[in-house]
Each structure stands twice: as structure tokens, then as C-alpha cells.
Design a protein around this ligand. Structure first.
Ligand SMILES: Cc1cc2nc3c(=O)[nH]c(=O)nc-3n(C[C@H](O)[C@H](O)[C@H](O)COP(=O)(O)OP(=O)(O)OC[C@H]3O[C@@H](n4cnc5c(N)ncnc54)[C@H](O)[C@@H]3O)c2cc1C
Length: 460
């Protein structure tokens, strides 16, 4: 439904005609994100181009009590930027500039709508490195990455988005602007509001600028894949690599269904009769990389790998990495509805969790392809289903429940990187417990007393 006409007129006055969308056919592309089976038309979509415009929009929305759903590129996988009924979608994709690269302090300042790829390229052009690399990085925005605290394929060695955020410009729900953090390597003045806003999923304030830490670019990298007849052997390889005190930058896995879909999609020459594939990458000083790569090959073979393929050059390395980077797209081709999940367990429980997911798939007669960040214990069981099949969707729901309960039982979490949004909000109280839920609700109320930011997300 559209917003009150005086609100729309005021938005047009503030932003200009072309930055306010109200026609149904214009709203449809903003009625969903990357999460399957969720859709809701917003009241209108607006594009801000400056922090001052974000301030003006929020002042208006707060006065009118209009719900605001902030959107980067809409690649989220928990329904975080799914519109709530009659809301205003505030899209930051036009605030996409890199504002400064400071070589003396190794920092980069960007507007929140800059894509992750733009950040990565800007760092690389200066001979530096921005490590977080979510699979969606060509499209996702840095604001979305911060709001979800996104991870990526290099998380095991380099950490997640939070580890690179030094400062944020935030606009609060009443339109007040604040800066939290700075270029100092050390700063313990007051509560770390920066850390509170990271991962807040658009419920506490709007990120308009991000100050990021950059690091020196690793001099060398080696990429290899190992294939296994048994998933347990891949898991043992991961455990032994870590036990030998090697921290590869990438330790990713695919299960049999995913390998078959990837091969069908990308034609990399993967064996179709294996149970598991590990993508392993080590980076750093050339001599250390060469030594670690040899050790990792030996560990893989000792733990039952059928074959280890080492990339001869960058072209082959990119080809092997495609096996993992294209996993979601490859799975998404084979069924009308692809639901990608995000259960995470301590590394030591990974093989057990993968077996559990396979047993759940069998029990509920479902197709689940699993891939993910094996070094982080972060699994993406991906349901290949059809949202029009009501009976099957009920079995999918039941399977979800069992998988998340098992993850919690094994000391894991209900989301390692995709966030709570709408998709996981019913599981959060069980995971977080009463005291954490109360503190989180009170924080939200303190910052957004009128509840205009992303209502219905994270909390039931
Ligand atoms: C193919 C594919 C691969 C993916 N791979 C990964 C992966 O490897 N790792 C990973 O962690 N995720 C991954 N994702 C999920 C998703 O890309 C990330 O969550 C990403 O950070 C979302 O960015 P976005 O700009 O699309 O945000 P959106 O989807 O638009 O928004 C996500 C959330 O952030 C909020 N938000 C967005 N911008 C702002 C802002 N400026 N201020 C305040 N709140 C804001 C929104 O309200 C919403 O709650 C993947 C998704 C896809 C489709």
C-alpha cells in the first residue's frame, strides 16, 4: 500500500522526483531480498545520496511513525531488507563512493552503498588488502556487510567484517548523526557503540559511512583442492591442519550433491563419485606458503584424500576456487526454490553435524546440498525445494527446526553470518536466553523508542 500523499510529496521535495518510487511495477524489485519464499510490497522506495538526506528522511519518518527498512543491494539471506507492510524502503545504493584511502594509517573511508568489490579493488589498487570476501561481494554493499557482520571465504585466517571496521557514521532513528570509532589503533573511551551497531541488521540506526582497516597484501598464495570418498576424512584433514598450527586463509568444503551441481554448472573437471571436496588456500610470504602447501597436501593424503590438485598458476587457482564460489548459484539452478541455511558448530563437531543434516534430509525425504566454511564450522545446508509444494515446505520447516536444535545442542549457533532478520527470529529466544533477549530489547527501545527501524525483524 502507498504512503500518505503528504509524506510522498515531502519525500519528493527532499530527494527529487527520480529518487522516490511509488508505482507498483517499480516497487516489485524491492519487495524481496535473497531469502527464498518471502515477499512484501513496500509503500515506497527512496534513494538517498547524502547523509543530510538520510537525516531528513528519518526526521520525517520518525515524526510520521513510518516504518523504515534500510536496503543495500538486497542480497541478504535472512529477510533483513524484506519490506514490512506500508514501509518506506531507504536504499543506499547511490551512496557508493570511496571517499579516502589513507596510506599512512592503512584505512579506507567509504559511503555505505559502495560494493564490497569496490572496496576490495580500491585497496588492491593501492597495493593493500581488504580480506572479508562474502560470496556476494560483487553486489553486496559495505553497509549491508557491516549491518550483518558478514563473513566470507577467508574468515578462518582473517576474521569477519567486524575485525576491519574502525569507525562508523550512523544516523539514529530521530535523525541525529553520530560518529563512533576513529583511525586510532587503540581507543577504549566509553562503550564501543561501533561494536553495538555492527550486526544490528538495520534495527538501531542507519550506517552512512564506514572507516575500514586495510592490511598489507600477502606476497604469495597457493590454491588446491582435495577430494574424498568419505566426509569424515575431509573433517579429519581440517582438524589435523589446525592441530599442526597451520591457519590457511581458506578451508571450504562441498558435499556430493553440491559437487555434482557445480560440475554440471561450471565444468571444472571435478570427480562426480566423491563424497566431499576441500578447497584449501594458504597465503603469506612465498617460502612459508610453499612449506604450508606441501604440509597441507601431505595431511590431506594421510587422511584419505583420493587426489590433491594444486593450481599451477593464478588462472588455474581461480578455476579451482570457482568450485566453491559458484556453489550457491549451481544449487539454485536445480530446483524452483533454494533455501540456504547457516548453522554453525564448533569445528570439532562439524563431521557429526554434517551427518546429522544428511540424516534429516533422508528422514524428511528432502534434497539438501551442503557446503560451507569448514575451517569456521559454518555450514550452509541448502534445501532444493519448491515453495508451491505445501506438504514439502512443512517438511522443510520441520527439518530446519531439527537442524538448529542440534546446532545449539552441539554448542553452536543458529547463524554464523547471515543474521536473524525474519528467517531466524523464532529461534533467537531459545538460543539467546531471557537475559540477553531483555537487554537486546531494551537497547532497541532506548535507541528507537518509536520502533520505526526495521520493525518485525530480529524480535518476534
Ligand atoms: C550468492 C550469495 C552469496 C552470499 N555469500 C555470503 C557469504 O559468503 N558470507 C556472508 O556473510 N553472507 C553472504 N551472503 C549474504 C549477503 O550477501 C550478506 O548478508 C550481505 O552483507 C548483504 O549486503 P546487502 O548490501 O545486500 O544488504 P541487504 O540485503 O540490502 O541488507 C541486509 C541487512 O542489512 C541492513 N542494512 C543494509 N544496509 C544498511 C545500512 N547502510 N545501514 C543499516 N542497515 C543496513 C538491512 O536493513 C538488512 O537488515 C550471500 C548472499 C548471496 C545471495
Amino acid at each position: 500500500m502507498s504512503l500518505a500523499s503528504d509524506t510522498v510529496s515531502e519525500l519528493r521535495r527532499l530527494l527529487g522526483e527520480t529518487n522516490v518510487l511509488t508505482e507498483k511495477e517499480d516497487l516489485i524489485p524491492y519487495s524481496f531480498d535473497g531469502t527464498a519464499a518471502l515477499q512484501e510490497l513496500p509503500g515506497c522506495v527512496v534513494f538517498a545520496q547524502t547523509t543530510e538526506q538520510v537525516v531528513a528522511i528519518l526526521r520525517l519518518a520518525n515524526r510520521k511513525r513510518t516504518p523504515v527498512v534500510t536496503r543495500g543491494s538486497g542480497t541478504g539471506l535472512s529477510g533483513g531488507s524484506l519490506p514490512t507492510p506500508h514501509c518506506l524502503v531507504l536504499c543506499l545504493s547511490k551512496m557508493n563512493r570511496v571517499l579516502e584511502l589513507d596510506r599512512a594509517n592503512l584505512t579506507l573511508l567509504a559511503e555505505a552503498g559502495a560494493t564490497t568489490q569496490t572496496i576490495s579493488d580500491a585497496a588492491a589498487a593501492a597495493g593493500l588488502f581488504y580480506p572479508p570476501d562474502p560470496g556476494s561481494m560483487k553486489i553486496s554493499t559495505i553497509g549491508g556487510n557491516v549491518a550483518e557482520n558478514s563473513g566470507g571465504l577467508r574468515g578462518l585466517k582473517y576474521g569477519v567484517t567486524r575485525n576491519y571496521v574502525m569507525g562508523l557514521e550512523m544516523v539514529l532513528p530521530d535523525g541525529e548523526t553520530l560518529w563512533t570509532g576513529n583511525k586510532c589503533v587503540k581507543d577504549v573511551a566509553g562503550y564501543s557503540l561501533r561494536d553495538l551497531f555492527i550486526g544490528s541488521e538495520g534495527t538501531l540506526g542507519i550506517i552512512t559511512k564506514v572507516l575500514l582497516k586495510l592490511i598489507p597484501k600477502p606476497a604469495a598464495k597457493k590454491t588446491m583442492i582435495a577430494t574424498y570418498a568419505q566426509m569424515d576424512h575431509a573433517a579429519q584433514t581440517v582438524s589435523q591442519i589446525i592441530a599442526e598450527q597451520i591457519i590457511p586463509c581458506t578451508l571450504e568444503f562441498l558435499d556430493r550433491i553440491t559437487i555434482q551441481c557445480v560440475e554440471d554448472f561450471a565444468r571444472i573437471g571435478l570427480p562426480l563419485d566423491c563424497e566431499a571436496l576441500l578447497l584449501m588456500e594458504t597465503d603469506g610470504h612465498e617460502a612459508a606458503v610453499a612449506e604450508e602447501a606441501l604440509k597441507m597436501q601431505a595431511i590431506a593424503l594421510k587422511n584419505g584424500a583420493r587426489e590433491v590438485r594444486v593450481a599451477k598458476d593464478e588462472t588455474e587457482a581461480a578455476k579451482l576456487a570457482t568450485a566453491r564460489r559458484s556453489a550457491f548459484s549451481a544449487l539454485a539452478r536445480v530446483a524452483p526454490t533454494t533455501i540456504l541455511e547457516d548453522a554453525t558448530v564448533p569445528r570439532s563437531e562439524l563431521a557429526r553435524m554434517i551427518r546429522f543434516v544428511q540424516a534429516v534430509a533422508k528422514k524428511h525425504h528432502l534434497r539438501i546440498g551442503t557446503f560451507g566454511h569448514m575451517g569456521d564450522g559454518n555450514l550452509h545446508p541448502t534445501f532444493l525445494t519448491d515453495e508451491r509444494n505445501t506438504a514439502e515446505m512443512m517438511r522443510v520447516e520441520e527439518a530446519f527446526k531439527e537442524i538448529f536444535e542440534e546446532a545449539i545442542r552441539l554448542g553452536g549457533t543458529i547463524t554464523g553470518e547471515h543474521g536473524i532478520g525474519v528467517a531466524k527470529k523464532t529461534f533467537l529466544p531459545k538460543f539467546a536466553g531471557d537475559a540477553q533477549m531483555r537487554v537486546m530489547r531494551e537497547l532497541r527501545k532506548a535507541l528507537d523508542p518509536n520502533g520505526i527501524l526495521n520493525p518485525g525483524k530480529m524480535f518476534d
